[in-house]
Write a protein that binds this ligand. Structure first.
Ligand SMILES: Cc1cc2nc3c(=O)[nH]c(=O)nc-3n(C[C@H](O)[C@H](O)[C@H](O)COP(=O)(O)OP(=O)(O)OC[C@H]3O[C@@H](n4cnc5c(N)ncnc54)[C@H](O)[C@@H]3O)c2cc1C
Length: 332
């Protein structure tokens, strides 16, 4: 992404943030989750980490000396797949099973949940015009939408809508959906020639009320799942994990699983979590269809953002996840 163009449908104010304004080569990169997952998996298989994929943790029990896990493991055999039960014990159990984690809940960890009553529609669009590495963020009455450059003539759409409108858009024919998107983005990428498979995700801000206990750590979406408006969820998850690894590496074998060692790491991450959660939540509030902020104030905000270089740079640093200092990952 070498440029981000932010605008509001039917309003004057727009802002454009260029990579060179911020002194970077790119404001971000759009990476399909499948590609990223595939790469991480192959790097893991090359390492000396024991990997049990195609498995599900079905039960966990915390004792004074370890975490005891029960797993269902699928084994691929020549004569077909077989389901195996397996038991594991661990000094430290890291929960990373996604938003409103079932495993965390099974251990009595509660969640605060704020539903946005919105769904995100995700799809890839083949466009008539080259996107030239520009990401479009469009705030419309129906909700915010982003077109992110994936290939020259393919952009990824993330469109957040009220639940009922989202259901209508999912049920629509590809041709009608394409027409809606062309209008929404004011024809900036010309005709939409092809609409990929459409998926919809319900959106809520969920936060675990506890992030660690003795021998237990909660990370990623299991710890906090955000509205995707600012594209910060995965970034925040990675930064939390880096911070934990750095802290735990310092403990070496010295009770790295102990609450007294985990708690300071969690506390140090909380400040950043708080900032990013609020940044995303306030953007949703600012541009949501039911926002209490008058439209004129919003478009003046975009004009102001466009006019003041420092403000623009600061906004870009936030969305790039660079507003916080990050130590190099000393563990390598
Ligand atoms: C529409 C949308 C767009 C987004 N866009 C962006 C973006 O642009 N940038 C960004 O930074 N973030 C974005 N995010 C957020 C990002 O997707 C999440 O932050 C990220 O997926 C969190 O990763 P995770 O591994 O914690 O959880 P998940 O991705 O939910 O992964 C959890 C994994 O745990 C597995 N699992 C579940 N239960 C068990 C069990 N019992 N045993 C074993 N495994 C289990 C699941 O199969 C899954 O593979 C977006 C999210 C949405 C919904």
């Amino acid at each position: 992404i070498n440029r981000v163009h932010v605008s509001e449908q039917g309003k004057m104010g727009t802002t454009s943030i260029e990579a060179r304004d911020v002194g970077v080569d790119a404001l971000g990169y759009v990476v399909p989750n499948m590609a990223l997952g595939g790469l991480l998996h192959s790097r893991l298989m090359e390492s000396d980490v024991a990997v049990l994929d195609q498995s599900v943790v079905t039960q966990v029990q915390m004792t004074d000396t370890c975490a005891q896990l029960e797993l269902d493991v699928i084994e691929n055999k020549a004569d077909g797949d077989r389901l195996q039960k397996k038991n594991l014990t661990a000094k430290l159990f890291v929960i990373a099973d996604g938003a409103e984690s079932n495993l965390a809940r099974s251990l009595g960890i509660d969640y605060s949940i704020k539903s946005y009553h919105q769904k995100a529609i995700i799809t890839n669009l083949k466009t008539e015009l080259d996107n030239k590495g520009v990401a479009y963020e469009r705030f419309a009455k129906s909700g915010p939408a982003a077109l992110l450059p994936l290939k020259r003539d393919v952009s990824a759409l993330v469109w957040t809508l009220h639940d009922d409108v989202a259901d209508e858009m999912i049920a629509m024919t590809d041709a009608d959906f394409a027409t809606h998107i062309e209008t929404l983005f004011g024809g900036r990428l010309g005709r939409i020639d092809k609409v990929g498979e459409r998926d919809a995700y319900s959106l809520a801000l969920t936060q675990a009320k506890e992030l660690c206990r003795e021998r237990l750590l909660v990370v990623g979406n299991a710890a906090h799942s955000l509205h995707p408006v600012a594209g910060q969820g995965f970034n925040l998850a990675l930064r939390g994990i880096v911070a934990f690894i750095e802290g735990l590496t310092l403990c070496k074998e010295n009770e790295f699983w102990a609450y007294k060692n985990l708690k300071p790491l969690v506390d140090a991450h909380r400040g950043e979590q708080f900032k990013i959660v609020n940044f995303s939540d306030q953007l949703v509030e600012l541009f949501s269809p039911d926002s209490h902020v008058p439209a004129l104030l919003r478009s003046s905000g975009l004009v102001a953002l466009n006019s003041f270089k420092e403000l623009k740079t600061e906004f870009a640093r936030h969305t790039m996840g660079r507003a916080q200092s990050l130590k190099p990952l000393s563990a390598g």
